[in-house]
Write a protein that binds this ligand. Structure first.
Ligand code: HEC
Length: 177
């Protein structure tokens, strides 16, 4: 670029009679071209917590949410929450959420904490949780994990067990555990 400008300036000079001030013609705008890009390589801002670095906790029981601290959404009952806890633990409906999210639901290197009220997907409403569990999280939509969540975590939950496990996730994340 600079070379071409110089040539152009020289050519211009050669063609013109009484060429004005030789070297400062036309070159100003290209001088600072290298300076504009210095902030582009900053590391991607962490918009969410990284996953824990530990494998999922596979022992014990899934936590029982304190239902006195959570207002359950319309249509969600304490019985659904308890059934969902059983689904989480692999004791009802064929679910196995604990194998990635942990029996304690605190997350692991495979999947995020479900006891906090912070969401990588959706707004944390019951409907959003239900939709995420039903659909899973395909590879292209992962925010922190390396491998996707298959629909229903790979289980084939019927409607009752699907709604129940979503109710359970809602309850543990909204009761200030
Ligand atoms: C094979 C591992 C695996 C299993 C099994 C699994 N999940 Fe997930 N889950 C994930 C991953 C991976 C994500 C997305 C993490 C990311 O975006 O980086 C996720 C995300 C979620 C989210 C959204 C969390 C958020 O912060 O927005 C919910 C809710 C959820 N899972 C519920 C469940 C339920 C309920 C089950 C059982 C029916 C289950 N998961 C089974 C791996 C799993």
């Amino acid at each position: 670029m600079r070379l071409r400008m110089t040539l152009a300036a020289a050519l211009c000079c050669a063609l013109m009679t009484g060429c004005p001030g030789k070297n400062d013609a036309g070159n100003k705008s290209s001088e600072k071209a290298g300076d504009t890009n210095t902030t582009a390589a900053a590391p991607a801002a962490a918009s969410h917590k990284p996953l824990p670095s530990t494998p999922p906790n596979m022992t014990g029981e899934a936590p029982k949410p304190d239902l006195s601290k959570v207002k359950l959404p319309d249509g969600v009952t304490p019985e659904m929450v308890e059934l969902g806890r059983q689904v989480w633990m692999g004791k009802a409906g064929g679910g196995s959420c604990y194998t990635c999210h942990g029996m304690d639901a605190k997350g692991s290197m495979l999947a995020p904490d479900q006891t906090d009220n912070e969401w990588l997907h959706g707004d944390g409403s019951y409907e959003a949780i239900l939709a995420t569990v039903k659909k899973g999280v395909p590879a292209a939509e992962l925010k922190a994990a390396q491998a996707p969540m298959p629909p229903m975590g790979g289980a084939n939950l019927d409607d009752q067990h699907l709604k129940a496990v979503a109710a359970y996730v809602y309850a543990i994340s909204h009761s200030g555990n």
